[in-house]
Design a protein around this ligand. Sequence first.
Ligand SMILES: Nc1ncnc2c1ncn2[C@@H]1O[C@H](COP(=O)(O)OP(=O)(O)OP(=O)(O)O)[C@@H](O)[C@H]1O
Length: 385
Amino acid sequence: MPETRLEIDNISVSYGANRILDGIDLRIAKGEFVALLGSSGCGKTTLLRTIAGFAQPDAGAIRVGSRDVTTLPPDKRGMALVFQSYALWPHMTVAQNIGYGLKLRRRSPADIARVVSEMERLLGLTGLSARKPAELSGGQRQRVALGRALAIDPEILLLDEPMSNLDARIRLQVRHEIRTLQQKLGITTVHVTHDREEAMVMADRIVILNGGRIAQAGRPEAVYNRPETAFVAAFMGAENQLILPGGTDGETIAIAAGASNAACSVPRDGRLLTSGHLEARFRPEAATLEARSPAGVRHGEGLVLAGDIVDVSYPGGLWRHTVRVGGAMIQVDAPHACAPGTAVYVTIAPDKLFLFAAPPGTLPAPLPHPAAAPNEARVLEASPH
Ligand SMILES: Nc1ncnc2c1ncn2[C@@H]1O[C@H](COP(=O)(O)OP(=O)(O)OP(=O)(O)O)[C@@H](O)[C@H]1O
């Protein structure tokens, strides 16, 4: 087991009567980069501020190595926080901003000059020493803020949406720079973001928060490919949702034939399902689209749906189709455009299909498929397992 550097032990935080964080447990290894990901208001910043010491928990403890820092003020925790707004001193130069924390710690001018110049070198700011923040680009300001944070040689770096004020192109570059520097310095980092792709490409581990709790934590590819709940699946881009009749049958999950889907079975693969109805989720790019022939039996692995194209657009790369499947609308990407009105099959391979117990009260899609000819329904029922 790698050495734990930051331990968040059963932390709960409330603002007045509102419980914002509820029993958060997280151990972060030395040198690990963890992204806290979640929708707006889920408590990401509150957790970061609690780690930093700007918010006090009702219960639980924060430890850095073996030190309990729960009641220590922010400047005694060995952490540095970089904000979205940079919070640079406008009247100070780049060098003075970077050296600010060291000056507060009464380090000698020679020491400060050495660290500042090292930070400028590391962050590509050499030559900009004498400039004021107003004379810098957004990306450069962000690097100064990072330099100021790293200059005090913190044990833990906390980043609160540090790239959200940058335009898309610069964001990609700064993202890469921060990650490279973090790995080079081996600094334990907690990064708050609501940008899924940013979390995926930067983090060793993603922690998804929902309603003040950890919904799932794991390596980016694990959270992306094996979401444990429908919430995580949807948050990680599997926004297509269908409620289907079915359930577990030994080591397989059996999906019963419905008005718009063939019966099929997929490996259970360790999934725990108890309900009689399933919530199926998948990404637009995880499905394939084919024209439906009126007489043909559709054979294939995975879930096969019969639907009609309602709309098509070109966001770039692939064509995005809105497909009506029974009473539901889903999004499906394809390399070629399919015209509205076309009858299609949508196929989702078993490993791209996320299945969960449907929430109580949800029913299978109630409407028969509007375009399904009588023989189409038979075709679907006769489809192979
Ligand atoms: N100082 C405060 N007093 C009262 N309520 C607060 C305070 N700070 C945050 N909250 C509330 O706590 C909840 C969580 O806020 P938080 O800023 O942690 O969310 P977040 O996940 O970081 O959101 P965002 O992505 O929008 O920044 C929100 O409902 C917010 O309104």
